[in-house]
Ligand binder design. Structure first.
Ligand SMILES: Nc1nc2c(ncn2[C@@H]2O[C@H](COP(=O)(O)OP(=O)(O)O)[C@@H](O)[C@H]2O)c(=O)[nH]1
Ligand SMILES: [Mg+2]
Length: 209
C-alpha cells in the first residue's frame, strides 16, 4: 500500500496562472466548509498541522498545493457553501473551480467529501456534475463517520449507493468510503485508491473549451 513518507505545503493559488510549473499528478479534495477536509488531509498524511483546521469556516479562498513523497500533489480546493460569503465571492469561487477542472488536467482522482450525517447539498451535487462532465474519477468520502452509530452509517451508505447508482456503474464515481479521524476508518482504503489512480494511465479527457 502507498506509504506517505513526506508531505509539505507547497503554495496557495488564487489565480490559475500561479499553478506550480512542475506538472505532477494531482489528488484533489473537495467539500463544503467544515465538512472535515483539513482534518482528513492531516489524517491521511499523518501530520497534525499540515492543513490548518480553520475555526473560521469559508476563510480559505485559495487552492492549496501540498507535495507528497516529492512525487505528486494533494490539492485542497476552497470549501464552499458558507452562508456569509458574499455573492460576488461565490461567483469567483465557481469560476476558479471550473477553470481548474477545465485544464485538460492532471487530476488523477478527486475526493468529494460529504458529512456522513447529512444529505449532499445542492453545491455537492453541482460539484459531482462537474466531475462527471470533465470525466474526473472521484470517490465519495463520508466524513465524521464516528459521529453516527454503525447501523445508521450502513444505512446511509446504502442510500448513497442507490442515489448515485448511475455514477457508480456508468460514470466516474469509483466508490463510497466512510472516514473518521478518530478511528482512522477509511484511511487505508483512500490510500489504496490513490495509489491505483496515480499509476493508472490518465483518462482521455474532453478538450478544454
Ligand atoms: N468527530 C469527528 N470530528 C471531525 C472529523 N473530521 C473533522 N472533524 C471536526 O469537524 C470540524 C471541521 O473540520 P475541518 O477539518 O476544519 O473542516 P474543513 O473546513 O472542511 O477543513 C473540526 O472541529 C474537526 O475537529 C471526524 O472524523 N470526526
Ligand atoms: Mg479546511
Amino acid at each position: 500500500m502507498l506509504k506517505i513518507s513526506s508531505a509539505e505545503f507547497l503554495q496557495g493559488v488564487v489565480d490559475l496562472r500561479q499553478l506550480p510549473k512542475n506538472e505532477l499528478r494531482e489528488i484533489v479534495f473537495i467539500g463544503r466548509s467544515n465538512v472535515g477536509k483539513s482534518s482528513l488531509l492531516n489524517k491521511v498524511c499523518n501530520k497534525k498541522h499540515l492543513a490548518t483546521s480553520s475555526s473560521i469556516p469559508g476563510k480559505t479562498r485559495e487552492i492549496n498545493y501540498y507535495i507528497i513523497n516529492n512525487a505528486f500533489y494533494f490539492v485542497d480546493l476552497p470549501g464552499y457553501g458558507y452562508a456569509k460569503v458574499p455573492e460576488q465571492m461565490r461567483a469567483g469561487w465557481k469560476k476558479l473551480i471550473e477553470d481548474f477542472l477545465k485544464r485538460g488536467n492532471p487530476v488523477a482522482l478527486a475526493m468529494q467529501l460529504i458529512d456522513s450525517r447529512q444529505e449532499p447539498t445542492p453545491l455537492d451535487l453541482m460539484m459531482m456534475d462537474w466531475l462527471e462532465y470533465y470525466e474526473v474519477p472521484y470517490m465519495l468520502v463520508l466524513t465524521k463517520a464516528d459521529k453516527i452509530p454503525i447501523s445508521k452509517l450502513k444505512k446511509q451508505i446504502e442510500i448513497y449507493q442507490e442515489q448515485f447508482q448511475t455514477q457508480i456503474t456508468d460514470g466516474c464515481c469509483r466508490g463510497i468510503v466512510p472516514f473518521s479521524i478518530i478511528s482512522g476508518e477509511g484511511r487505508n482504503e483512500l490510500l489504496k485508491h490513490i495509489e491505483t489512480h496515480l499509476t493508472a494511465t490518465p483518462n482521455k479527457r474532453k478538450a478544454a473549451v
